[in-house]
Design a binder for this molecule. Structure first.
Ligand code: PMV
Length: 335
């Protein structure tokens, strides 16, 4: 269905995506992890712009879709592809008794989907912030964070909370069981995101690690302990601006994630291309099994790596750390 031109909005909010520098998957088991919010954002616009109409309309410009939130259509399972967002809207409606009549919610994201960059948490964070502002719910950051965490369970049953926390707070964070500790952004290095082009689901990868744990508990614990050590070491490296040591920890973390079975030959190839190009560190990021890899590099290495990736036809882009997290509020009174 054709999406109409963006209408005047009463509120507009946005939230960044994230990359995990170290500790994905281990973080699901309560281990610490280090992640940074990135400069790609999802945006949400909310307006009551269809007077006299009953249902909420959800515009998803990235999919060129315009969905009417009608219980009968939802029951038929027609919105399966957008289940996370639709369920989140329904949960918010029930919990806060929201009047959705004539409301239009427009969502858009600069983040590629299902690529380990936290697109779902970013979209839900922008949406939670948009509903909070529009309906004057007065939610604080912790409440929004918790709502998004609950919403994330649609995508995988046991989210660690790291994605939503980064999307809400922004910055570079050391994260452990919901507690955060801000870290400085390493100086003089660049962060390259490399797309494997292999689609995958985070839930499947989380399940793969769970199966590994059941099958080989001792090996699982050994890897978990090694990852915890790496994360602690990397935290100190970041605090001391020791990017060489941080990079080494990233390579080591990739090797350990590979042993848990969440890498992919394409990701391993990308890590090797980055190593050969002189990256300080490289590894898969997020759920793995495809999705994206990241590389930490200085300027000469960046040039080498991007040239090599281009020759292989592997898409990549630089990101910077976002320090703002969830942003936005009323933009224009169209009442
Ligand atoms: O693939 P993403 O962006 O959803 O990242 C998942 C990170 C995991 O550690 C694998 C899962 C989690 O809940 O932390």
């Amino acid at each position: 269905m054709q999406v109409k031109k963006v209408h005047s909005s009463l509120v507009e909010t946005s939230a960044p995506g994230k990359v995990i520098l170290l500790g994905e998957h281990a973080v699901v088991y309560g281990a610490p992890a280090i992640a940074g919010a990135i400069s790609l954002r999802s945006t949400c616009a909310v307006a009551r712009d269809r007077p006299g109409e009953g249902d909420l309309v959800l515009e998803l410009a990235d999919y060129n879709e315009r969905l009417r939130l009608d219980p009968l259509i939802e029951e038929r399972g027609e919105y399966e592809s957008f289940k996370g967002v639709v369920q989140f809207l329904r949960t918010m409606q029930e919990q806060f008794e929201l009047d959705f009549a004539g409301v239009t919610v427009s969502l858009q994201s600069e983040l590629p989907r299902a690529m380990g960059l936290g697109s779902s948490a970013s979209i839900l964070t922008a949406l939670a912030g948009g509903l909070d502002e529009f309906f004057h719910l007065g939610l604080d950051t912790a409440e929004i964070n918790e709502l998004v965490l609950q919403g994330e369970t649609v995508y995988h049953a046991s989210p660690s909370g790291i994605d939503n926390t980064l999307c809400v707070h922004g910055g570079m964070l050391y994260y452990e069981r919901g507690e955060i500790y801000p870290l400085p952004v390493p100086d003089g290095v660049q962060l390259l995101v490399v797309k494997s082009g292999v689609p995958r689901r985070t839930s499947k990868m989380v399940e793969r690690v769970r199966v590994f744990k059941g099958r080989e508990p001792a090996a699982f614990s050994g890897i978990l302990t090694s990852i915890v050590r790496l994360v602690e070491k990397a935290k100190t490296s970041i605090e001391n601006d020791d990017v060489e040591s941080l990079g080494r920890a990233m390579y080591d973390n990739h090797r350990l994630l590979k042993r848990w079975g969440v890498s992919h030959p394409r990701l391993d190839q990308i890590v090797e291309v980055c190593r050969e190009g002189g990256a300080l560190g490289a590894k898969l990021t997020g759920g793995g099994g495809g999705g994206c890899a990241i590389a930490l590099c200085d300027e000469p290495a960046r040039v080498n790596i991007q040239n090599a990736l281009e020759r292989l036809g592997i898409a990549n882009f630089l990101v910077t750390i976002d320090h703002e997290g969830l942003l936005g509020g009323p933009v224009r009174n169209v009442g």
